[in-house]
Design a protein around this ligand. Sequence first.
Ligand code: PLP
Length: 405
Amino acid sequence: MLDIDSIRKDFPFLEAENGENPLVYFDNASTTQKPIQVLNKLDQFYRKSNANVHRGVYRLSQQATDAYENARKKIAGFINAKDDRSIIFTRGTTESINLVAYAWAQQQLKPGDEILVTEMEHHSNLVPWQITAERTGAILKYIPLNDDLELDLEKPEKYFTPKTKVFALIHKSNALGKLNPVQQLIRHAKTVGAITVVDGAQSVPHTTVDVQQLGCDFFAFSGHKMLGPTGVGVLFGKPELLESMEPFQSGGEMIEKVTMTHSTWNDIPWKFEAGTPNIAQAVGLGKAIDFLQNISMKKVEEHIGELTEYGMKNLSEINGVRIYNKKNIHGGIISFNVDGVHPHDLAQFLDQDNIAIRTGHHCTQPIMKKLGISGTARISFYIYNTKEEIDKLCGCMKSTLNYFA
Ligand code: PLP
């Protein structure tokens, strides 16, 4: 069991101000709040250690470099990457996936090659592949959703052909909370020699991820969805693939030698970190990982699962509520609509009671199309949420629905 009271004390954002209604923050799949330890780390870094990395020989620059590179080590350990050189700091999941699409796929693919995605993707793991297909002449294919809103995996082998060169898939759905059998699917991709790209934006914050066990070639996630600062994310890549790739962006930091006509590249991972990197944010992400590891990812997952089950049960007892992802009872996400009420109206009413929920298509328009709707209301949980907050939400929803009745 998590000691929620003690955890909540670490999140100043959740404190009620001047007798106001305390914030109930249920938009964690979008971004999480930050604990005081991460805020202090950022503050401390800028006050005491701020200098550019890898460039200075003075002590401060070396301290900043150590802090930045230690964060890389920590992240490698967190996802069980064998080699720190596999960890590239990016701005987030979106940039990480674009890096693979531009620097690997757009260089390697030929007309007629196939890129396989799924109908469950966030736009971040779909649009870069659409652009890649247009630019290279590759064909974009996808594993569809079945009527239960799960990937159609009755015969997964039928989607993989000798022409499949890239298989990009979402680990955990931000709209449905479904954790996909990524390891099994990667095995299929490997039988046809495809490279595999996993969008872990929602899985890493919730569960223990082991990139060696998954067997993926690339794995992307964002710091801000797991208590870290915005502006920092990670691309894990197998060193041999990263070594074989051309740079994504170019300029300072990523070079070895530059003449007026030609340049050679730095070693990985710095070859992919052009310009001054997001130093403080990377250090802050390292602190967020310390925070999560102190709690233990097992407990994080259990708590989120318990809240989801409780939330689904209580919400489904409210008249007119239709939950779309009832099967994913522990996924941390509840996507729903209420008969006769537009989700935006619902969110605005709840906001008056200081309850923040997300509404819209959640960057998953193909899933909404499959459901025949334009959007849903979405609640998503994290470690500081409580059952009392769910009770409050349900109470406010009942009053809102009475108003609309
Ligand atoms: N993939 C998934 C599954 C997401 O939920 C998100 C963000 O909501 C992203 C990718 C994009 O993440 P970012 O905006 O941090 O790049």
